[in-house]
Design a protein around this ligand. Structure first.
Ligand SMILES: Cc1cc2nc3c(=O)[nH]c(=O)nc-3n(C[C@H](O)[C@H](O)[C@H](O)COP(=O)(O)O)c2cc1C
Length: 232
């Protein structure tokens, strides 16, 4: 249980029956709702780092459905994200059921192939889309779309924050996610919005598939951050 080079023991007390206890003896799993969160600050920190480090874009899912109550919990966490002027310009569309999502994947892919200018794709991405085996939504049991419901100048940024918060909440719940930017051109079509019941003036910002992963993929790693210290 080490995170970012920090031994878990620095944050946690002894393990009791396989369950880590934090210093103030609150159960690790309960610390998000800890009645004394101030005394659990360091514990929260290590859990948060683990969560961020262990989130992955998941592209292989089990067929097990995700409970509606779980999806609602993820959305209720997503809306805790900050937004400019606290406008909270987001809405969420949720599609469930693998056959329906597979069908949308097929149509979204067909659209991208027919309209290559809908999204500027790298050669690599185009090859992936043209692969007959490629299913854009990876046979996930849930497709959730974070929608910007107003044209406020920073609505899309706000929606991206909600999307990332949702993906971390999903990881915390043991669920995999993958943001599917490729799906956006098709989801943005007026006829698609009409069919899905999305108001015409809403914009699909973040299509995200959600489900139980067959396995957690390895990290793709990150380049060292480019940092410009602008202070003397
Ligand atoms: C804006 C955005 C669009 C993305 N679009 C796709 C996509 O269309 N298909 C896909 O498989 N992954 C997509 N991804 C997932 C990225 O490929 C993935 O996050 C990246 O490779 C890093 O891997 P990791 O998330 O496991 O750390 C997208 C991610 C973001 C943030």
């Amino acid at each position: 249980m080490a995170a970012a080079g920090i031994a878990a023991e620095e944050y946690h007390g002894a393990s009791a029956g396989g369950t880590l206890l934090c210093r103030s003896a609150h159960l690790r799993a309960g610390c998000y709702a800890c009645p004394a969160p101030a005394s659990c600050g360091s514990l929260f920190k290590v859990d948060f780092l683990q969560l961020v480090e262990r989130r992955r874009a998941v592209r292989q899912y089990r067929s097990t459905p995700v409970d509606r109550s779980v999806i609602e919990r993820l959305i209720n966490t997503a809306v805790l994200a900050p937004s400019a002027m606290n406008l909270q310009p987001w809405a969420f569309a949720v599609v469930t059921g693998i056959p329906r999502i597979d069908e949308y994947a097929r149509r979204a892919k067909e659209y991208l192939i027919a309209e290559p200018r809908a999204l500027e794709l790298s050669v690599q991405a185009r090859a992936m889309v043209n692969d007959p085996e490629f299913s854009m939504f990876y046979h996930a049991p849930v497709l959730l779309i974070v929608l910007a419901k107003v044209e406020s100048p920073q609505a899309r940024e706000d929606c991206c924050l909600a999307a990332q918060t949702l993906m971390l909440a999903a990881r915390d719940a043991g669920l995999g996610t993958c943001w599917i930017g490729l799906g956006r051109p098709w989801l943005e079509l007026p006829e698609t919005k009409f069919e899905l019941g999305i108001p015409d003036n809403y914009h699909a910002v973040a299509p995200i598939v959600i489900g139980h992963p067959t396995a957690w993929p390895e990290s793709h790693g990150r380049q060292p951050a480019e940092i410009h210290w602008l202070t003397p």
